[in-house]
Design a protein around this ligand. Structure first.
Ligand code: ZN
Length: 228
């Protein structure tokens, strides 16, 4: 049986992947997993929970508190998100980069999958994102897949349906697979604001994608509805 596990952050991309997986593997074969890694904005986890509820798939949250102990990034520390995209370190990466995060998430997800006889992992990483996170690139993911296969002696496959899509293609994929209702409850804003702040890099990128796809963002519409 082809069972699949979606790493669900509560954002636009992982939500799209959840619906992609339901189409690909069959609704009854899909489950979802989120990580409480000490992110400043707990709204991410609430969004993930809500999205899983709307999609009617099982959802679990695993705690990993080591990233917040390590510190040094804007997603777990109380420091400003670098809107200028200028690197705060010699690494030339924006300070929203959490070193090792995707590698650890997928390794834990693989362990979780192994124990449940799940052979397919799905993650919403994309190498077309503006940030250039090295752990979102195709070569990193295929190398990790190989490492997990070797290290667990288990046929695990990592699927990255959004890897080479731009944000407007992702919006159209979400629509195609029926993710728009859940999209209204996703969370993207780096500043953790709801309604979204509209000016951080994450909000701008999301808005650009919906504009280019010529679609209204269900999240923005949800708050407009309440304002009227
Ligand atoms: Zn924002």
């Amino acid at each position: 049986m082809n069972k699949a596990l979606v790493v669900l952050s509560g954002g636009q991309d992982s939500t799209t992947c959840l619906y992609w997986a339901m189409n690909e593997f069959g609704h009854e074969n899909v489950s979802s997993l989120s990580f409480d890694y000490g992110q400043r904005h707990k709204i991410e986890l609430e969004s993930a929970k809500k999205v899983a509820e709307i999609a009617a798939v099982t959802h679990e949250i695993l705690p990993i508190d080591t990233f917040s102990v390590l510190g040094g990034n804007a997603l777990t520390d109380n420091i400003d998100v670098d809107d200028t995209q200028e690197a705060s370190h010699a690494s030339q990466l924006p300070n929203t980069f959490v070193p090792g995060r995707n590698l650890i998430f997928l390794t834990f997800a693989a362990a979780y999958a192994y124990q449940r006889g799940i052979n397919h992992l799905i993650t919403g990483v994309t190498q077309t994102d503006y940030s250039g996170y090295p752990d979102c690139r195709e070569n990193t993911l295929s190398s990790l897949e190989q490492t997990l296969r070797l290290g667990m002696e288990y046929a695990i496959t990592i699927h990255t349906p959004l890897m080479n899509l731009n944000k407007s293609d992702t919006v159209l994929m979400a629509e195609k697979f029926g993710a728009m209702d859940a999209m209204a409850y996703t969370h993207t804003c780096y500043n953790g604001e709801q309604p979204p702040c509209g000016h951080c890099q994450a909000c701008l990128l999301r808005a650009k994608g919906f504009a280019e796809a010529d679609r209204a963002d269900p999240l923005v519409e949800r708050f407009q509805f309440f304002q009227d």
